[in-house]
Ligand binder design. Structure first.
Ligand SMILES: [Zn+2]
Length: 386
């Protein structure tokens, strides 16, 4: 293989790496290639670890769109904050969590270090982004300052905001005009680098074409960086540090430039619960499937639900889960989905199936027992008919 062929092979490999996105457990990605037909993407265990996994954005033009949404990262009650949530929006295991608990009346200081949220100088938990860490730090400060009787309403409002599908849709509408030139330039750059440049080098040779190609490349990356900066400032005004790093990388690394639109869309809906994004983007059937899993997990969380020795911490977990469950059921009813109907037990797959797991729906030939996948959750027997 010639040096030029090697160069393009390396560029293609680097581009492939740029298409990989790390998604933490507790988050869900929603992706589309051509603009319709959105798909749910969970961090898999194939390319990942206990904390998350890689998913891949559509590599070919029109380069697709990727959104991410996360469940609430900690449990809140009028008493305090617990670095633990019993629910898991992804199939499979619950990510490791510190279960640190702080009563609001003990909180003297809430600070942020990179993506870490610290309470009284002690690590509480790590968020998916610096902006999220800052946002939750502000909310915790506000709750700590509020009088206890105000906290209940403030927490309900916070949970409600994460499920606000209208607000999610509005953010999406804001993204469209700002992301359009960035995506267009990304597509132009893709064709330029992977079609036009090899063609020109093949026709004229490397010596005659490299300077012109380099000038064209810089023109494209500079234009993309400018449009990106403008769009990012409008969409994520608080994320100045992230904007600086992204803009610089887009300017200097053409493989990142092609995926600049991902850096605009990925954090767009990160403050929303995945169910709100599912409602806004998935088909009716896919939304129902997704909602069923979320609701069953809320009603029958994997065992142990909360192993903290602190009674106030366990009460906070229960409070947070109950608040979220009632908000989720409200959203479903508003969407024309009856929660009880959605949570109907599955039909036995065959005559030998005697019981099922109320969380994951796995079926068993014994009339009682526990589901190992759900931490030992007790099975429910199928009702005998006839
Ligand atoms: Zn199960």
């Amino acid at each position: 293989m010639s040096d030029v062929q090697w160069l393009f092979l390396v560029l293609a490999a680097l581009y492939g790496w740029e298409c990989a996105c790390w998604v933490r457990r507790g988050s869900v990605a929603f992706s589309t290639w051509l603009g319709g037909n959105w798909r749910v993407r969970h961090p898999g265990n194939l390319l990942g670890n206990q904390r998350g996994g890689f998913i891949f954005a559509a590599p070919l033009p029109p380069l697709g769109t990727l959104l991410t949404a996360s469940q609430f990262p900690f449990s809140l009650s009028p008493d305090g904050v617990l670095a633990y949530v019993a629910t898991s929006v992804n199939p499979g295991w619950r990510p490791a969590q510190s279960e640190k608990f702080f009563r609001f009346d003990e909180i003297r200081e809430v600070s942020v270090r990179d993506k870490k949220l610290l309470v009284n100088g002690e690590d509480l938990l790590t968020l998916a982004s610096v902006s999220l860490a800052r946002r939750f730090a502000a909310e915790l400060r506000r709750l700590a300052k509020a009088i206890p009787s105000q906290r209940e309403a403030a927490i309900a409002e916070l949970v409600h905001a994460t499920l606000d599908t209208k607000a999610a849709d509005q953010r999406w509408q804001e993204l469209q005009p700002l992301a359009r030139p960035v995506r267009l330039l990304g597509n132009v750059l893709f064709v330029y680098l992977f079609v036009f440049a090899p063609g020109l080098i093949w026709q004229l040779g490397f010596k005659l074409s490299w300077l012109g190609l380099l000038v064209g490349l810089f023109a494209l990356t500079i234009a993309t960086a400018m449009f990106f900066h403008r769009a990012h400032r409008a969409l994520h005004p608080q994320a100045g540090d992230e904007r600086f790093t992204h803009t610089l990388t887009i300017l200097l690394a053409p493989m990142t430039t092609m995926r600049a639109h991902d850096a605009l869309s990925r954090p767009l809906l990160e403050t929303f619960h995945p169910l709100a994004v599912a409602k806004a983007f998935l088909s009716k059937t896919d939304f129902r499937d997704f909602a069923r899993r979320v609701l069953l997990d809320l009603r029958h969380p994997a065992q142990p639900v909360c192993s903290s020795a602190n009674a106030a911490a366990r009460a906070t977990e229960l409070y947070a889960r109950t608040t979220l469950q009632s908000a989720v059921e409200n959203l479903l009813r508003q969407s024309g989905v009856e929660p009880e109907e959605l949570c109907q037990p599955p039909a036995p797959m065959d005559e030998s199936c005697r019981a099922y797991c109320p969380r994951c729906g796995a079926q068993f030939t014994t009339p009682s027992g526990n589901c190992a996948d759900c931490g030992g959750l007790a099975l429910v027997a199928f009702h005998k008919t006839g």
